[in-house]
Design a protein around this ligand. Sequence first.
Ligand SMILES: Nc1ncnc2c1ncn2[C@@H]1O[C@H](COP(=O)(O)OP(=O)(O)O)[C@@H](O)[C@H]1O
Ligand SMILES: [Mg+2]
Length: 140
Amino acid sequence: MTGLRKTFRIKAKDFIHAGEASINVQNLLKSLDLNPQIIRRIAICGYEGEMNVVMHGGDGQLSIEIDADSLAMEIADNGPGIEDIEKAMQAGFSTASDEHREMGFGAGMGLPNMKKNSNDITVESSSGKGTRVRMVFQLS
Ligand SMILES: Nc1ncnc2c1ncn2[C@@H]1O[C@H](COP(=O)(O)OP(=O)(O)O)[C@@H](O)[C@H]1O
Ligand SMILES: [Mg+2]
C-alpha cells in the first residue's frame, strides 16, 4: 500500500458534517487492516484536527499519505491562523466561544492530544495565513 494518498474536505462552521473526514479515514484504515491501536490514535488526531478546522479555522482539508512503515496526516485550513502556537499547544488553552462550549467543546486538549497520539507533530500557522498541522504515525 505504498504511496496511497487520500484527501477529504472540511468546511468551516459546518457542525452537521463535522467529523466525517476523520470517520472516512478511520473506515479506510480499517479496510486496509491496520493495527486497531494505531487506527485509534490516528482517528483521535484526525477528529481533533478536523474539529479545530470547523470551530477555529476556515475551509480546509485533511489528507493522509500511507507508506510502507508510516502514515502522514496533514490538516490544513485557510482560516485566521493561530496567534501563539506555543500557547495553543498547552493543555487547557482554548479560545472557544461560549456557543462552542455549550456544545461540549473548548477543553483545550485537542492539540495536546494530537501531540500525545502521534509520533511527530508540526504546526505551521500565522495570523491571516491559515494553519497547517502535519502528523506522522509509525506503523510498525
Ligand atoms: N485550525 C485552527 N485555526 C485557528 N486556531 C486554531 C486552530 N486549531 C487550534 N487553534 C487554536 O488553538 C487553541 C487550542 O486548540 P485545542 O487544543 O484543540 O483546544 P480547543 O479546540 O478545545 O480550543 C484553540 O482554542 C484555537 O485558539
Ligand atoms: Mg480543539
